[in-house]
Design a protein around this ligand. Structure first.
Ligand code: PLP
Length: 405
């Protein structure tokens, strides 16, 4: 067969979560090795289960959801999302026509960038980021311009850095709050400053809020859409994280705020949404139930709850290992520790994660995978039960007692 190469569109698409570390993990698994995967935020393998009422609802809807839905999604699902926006998040004016369901937030991120960007267009994306955002901007032909989130300010976005990076080509800004990979929750003051900058500069806000229910320490999540009535905000949410059912592949995006100058973009989104017909309909059928089932998640994030207790453990343990330090995550289920590169002579963070994998059979993600430029961070997913998590941290502690790159 003649040589067939991948599309040139993919040439600069950087999705570092793949690469030599994953290749090695797959090779080791094929040889029968057991690897502890702390590299992906997938709750189910760690014993988190969907609430019973969601399973029952899905079962009861299977026969009535055999056909396509309208491309934006079932009306009952969109009505429930509109209610959630208003009653739980305080976002005014969202109608069912402003809501699009997708096969996960992932599909909707890609769709929103495909519908918006041409060569030369820029989108501000946080560093560190959830890397699909940068990859989707690039795949759509745009340029991701990274603004820094500041570790010394609990990983809040650096407003001065954002200001410096706005150009006439900037079409939008991505705000991931609560944040993956840092676990940060943004303050109202920071969100208001971002909202004002977006409004002043005619930028769309892309607000990825998929972890909005996993907020600890009695803090409250604020949707940036409530602070930016005069510009378009697209808010993303879904079943994967706050509802612990990532495998159902169901997310949604909500358009709100001013639609004055974005008519053509919305037409583009409608076109792309109908081109893929619709999202998974049985999964849409549980959205209303999931949005009203708040107890399960609440119980996880208070003292005594799994996510809360695992957060305490990982935070205390990481900060007790010489050469590591971490800001306490307030939300989601990730921690993004800093590693003293001088102490371990680390020049390459991916190599560090690869060496740990080979030696201790623990899979983490290097900071570079999240478009963090220095080789001095890595991310841990702290979803395993405390006992398993403690064993993993003990192995990391042991590894760092002799590791030199
Ligand atoms: N956005 C963020 C910030 C994420 O961390 C993830 C998954 O890890 C996603 C979106 C993707 O979500 P979904 O499973 O709905 O595609």
């Amino acid at each position: 067969m003649r040589i067939i190469e991948k599309s040139k569109k993919l040439d600069n698409v950087c999705y570092d979560i793949r690469g030599p570390v994953m290749d090695e993990a797959e090779r080791m698994e094929a040889l029968g090795e057991k690897i502890l995967k702390l590299n992906i935020g997938n709750p189910a393998p760690f014993g988190f289960e969907a609430p019973d009422e969601i399973i029952r609802k899905m079962e009861s809807c299977l026969t009535s959801t055999e056909g396509y839905s309208t491309s934006k999604g079932l009306l009952s699902a969109r009505e429930a999302i509109a209610r959630y926006c208003k009653e739980e998040k305080g976002i005014e004016g969202v109608t069912v026509n402003d809501i699009y369901t997708g096969n996960g937030v992932s599909e909707l991120i890609t769709m929103s960038m495909q519908g918006l960007l041409d060569k030369g267009d820029e989108i501000l994306v946080p560093s560190p980021d959830y890397p699909l955002w940068t990859a989707s901007v690039t795949l759509a032909g745009g340029t991701a311009v990274h603004y820094v989130c500041d570790e010394s300010s609990d990983w809040q976005p650096d407003i001065d850095d954002i200001k410096k990076k706005i150009t006439p080509n900037t079409k939008g800004i991505v705000v991931i709050n609560p944040n993956n990979p840092t676990g940060a929750l943004y303050s109202k003051d920071i969100l208001q400053k971002i909202a004002d900058l977006a409004t002043e500069n005619g930028m769309i806000i892309f607000a990825d809020e998929i972890y909005d229910r996993l907020v600890m320490d009695g803090e409250k999540h604020i949707s940036i859409a409530t602070l930016a009535p005069d510009t378009l905000t697209i808010t993303y949410n879904g079943l994967s994280k706050s509802h612990l059912i990532a495998g159902y592949r169901c997310g949604w995006m909500t358009l709100c705020g001013s639609k004055k100058n974005v008519k053509s973009y919305i037409e583009g989104l409608n076109l792309l949404s109908s081109m893929r017909l619709c999202s998974n309909v049985p999964a849409q059928s549980v959205i209303a139930t999931a949005l009203s089932a708040t107890e399960e998640t609440k119980n996880l994030i208070v003292p005594g709850g799994r996510v809360y207790e695992q957060r305490e453990l990982i935070y205390n343990e990481i900060n007790s290992i010489p050469g590591l330090s971490a800001v306490k995550p307030k939300a989601a289920f990730y921690i993004f520790p800093k590693i003293d590169t001088k102490m371990f002579n680390i020049k390459d963070d991916e190599q560090f994660v690869l060496d740990l994998l080979k030696d201790k059979k623990i899979l983490l993600t290097h900071g570079g995978g999240f478009h963090w430029e220095q080789p001095d961070h890595f991310r841990i997913v702290y979803l395993p039960e405390k006992e398993q998590l403690k064993k993993a941290v003990d192995k990391l502690r042991d590894f760092l007692s002799y590791y030199k790159q």
